[in-house]
Design a protein around this ligand. Sequence first.
Ligand code: NOJ
Length: 750
Amino acid sequence: MNQKLISHILLFFFCIGCVSINNSIMAQNAPDKYEAKVDSLMNLMTLEEKIGQTVMYSGGWDKTGPTIRTDFEKHVKVGNVGAMLNVYTVKGTREMQKLAVENTRLGIPLLFGYDVIHGHRTIFPINLGLSSSWDLDLIEQTSRIAATEASAEGLHWTFAPMVDIARDPRWGRISEGAGEDVYLGSEIAKAYVKGFQGDDLSKTNTILACAKHFVGYGAAQAGRDYHTVNMGEEELRNVYLPPFKAAVDAGVETFMTAFNEVNGVPASGNKFLFRDILRGEWDFKGFVVSDYTAINEMIQHGFAKDSIDTARLAMHAGIDMDMMGEVYRLHLKKLIEEEAIDVALVNESCKKILMAKFKLGLFDDPYRYNDEQREKETIYKPEFLKVAREAAAASNVLLQNKNEALPLDKTKTIALIGPLAKDEFHINGNWGGAGDRKGKSVSIYEGLQDYLKDSQMLYAKGCEIESEDEKGFQEAINAAKKADVVLLVMGESYHMSGEAASRTNLRIPGNQTKLIKKIREAVPNKKIILVLMNGRPLNLSDEVNEVDAILEAWYPGTMGGSGVADVLFGIYNPSGKLTATFPRNVGQVPIYYNMKNTGRPIPERDPKEDYKSNYIDVPNTPLFPFGYGLSYTKFEYSDLKLSDTNIGFNDTLTADITITNTGNYDGHEIVQLYVHDKVGSITRPVKELKGFQKIFLKKGESKTVTFNLTAADLKFYNDENKFTVEPGEFEIAIAPSSDFKFKHIFTLKE
Ligand code: NOJ
């Protein structure tokens, strides 16, 4: 009997059991439905086929790591591969799927994964930008759209969200996350997972999400990517783990390991992280994929002696799938034969991976995500572009607006200057998915055309992003002299943030700042507006003195130019607030709002007192703090009322505050609730965000905003690593940013 015939007979018997599966109950929360199906399939599988499920290769559509081999097709054809990354489009995934389904003995479909990070085709602002919107519904909507587009192009799985807390802007991957805060980061993690996975994975427009990188990746020493991470369990549990726990609570189906070591043990071989915490304490049922060749890298870490050893360590740690490393394919069988690994571990991994394939409905139809018509109708849908435009505007943060330089006046002539003014390439940012970098994205120049006649725009590039060449300066200065207002669009290249893109210098690169200074000298009395595109908090200490207004636009994505123009002309009143602190200089880094007090904080009564925890050259305070962002209007906070000043463990404290829009524009305000646990069995941060609300107020309007706080909100991992709440005094405030002084107190009693 030939191979194909055997395969069809086996699948026929297997599928008799499958057809009865009702798709509508194939939801994430009903895994038992597949248990029997997976088991009966596994009964048919050889050990090699089971190992095959744990192997992932990269196709050539995108390059997201070192190329190790390109002859993956031959392995796909014999059932040695369970998943592929970097292959997309209906045609591309169909061809690859065919290789697996039509050639292998059991015809088990492949899983297609890709880095759909802030959009697939329609690109939204980079994640740090999206987080600045503090708009959970909007974030969920963007990942819903991303999943819709990705699944229409044959994808089943995104390697997102990245939920790493990041407090070091030198680290290029700060751009991919939600910033520095634990609470906000956890809420945003949930929103992404919900958006990607929807409420039913069996629908063809939902995909598996992946919480990454477990864990501590954002705490790389000196902000250098992949670098060593050392931290106490207290910090690990209170700061770095919570967003991952939130992702598990939201039902995330997969996890990815981190490249770094944590306290001497590489994450990809770390039993404590994956077996004890993720599976043990959190009861995570999905599967874990390694990062790209991260298992192999345990040799360079000095943790594994050779490639065989890496496979053994990773399997023992609970890493189910090997991304691109080949060590599972090459060594698992031998390790089992030598009894260095129990076959039960491989069975367990294989089972979890098959379970995910069942949930996606791939055993009903391996091509159910391969519909050309749907692909054509879905990509760049006008309604998606509309959300992208809104997201671009909502992620903008107005950092400075002296003399109400913004919004712009439509009747004026504008000198549009800078290397990013006409850009449609960098604007998509790093991890721009499959978004086209030519011909699709709206540049700032094009966005302004909705509001201005071409004759009102005097364009001069002025300089390059990363060059010292000044030959364009004079043309830019001439344009500035002729115009009423100067609009500069400057920043970093998109490849200056993202993976392997750490910087030690946080200034705007090249000679862009020099050009700003020259323009200021040439037009001392004209309004100069600086629009920034960049992937991290920058040191803007010079720029704040040269320009009137600064609008942080991040990399705003496909509709970036339109969204930014809407903000510049006041059609969209900016409401974004920073989710990562902007330092005064690189020497302050890491700097974040929820730090510890130290034994020698700077005293309020005399900030110059000696022997205190300070710098002698710059203040401790940042240039722009967490939670900060201006609006064209003004909001007044008054009359904070607490329902009680004493609460018990089972009580709810209600905090009310009145917010009034006292300015001249309607607008959104992000109202933030902070507490300070004054004394703990371990020291607690000086401030901690515990809630926020984004409200809309018409000019002149007032609203009472109410927050409820319970003892559960005040829990933390204590000196015994127990998640608990301790009685005592807490300071509380409701504020427009993290820059405030506490004035209210309540006591929590047992
Ligand atoms: C390496 C990155 O660290 C990870 O985030 C990404 O998902 C993989 N490459 C796959 O591209």
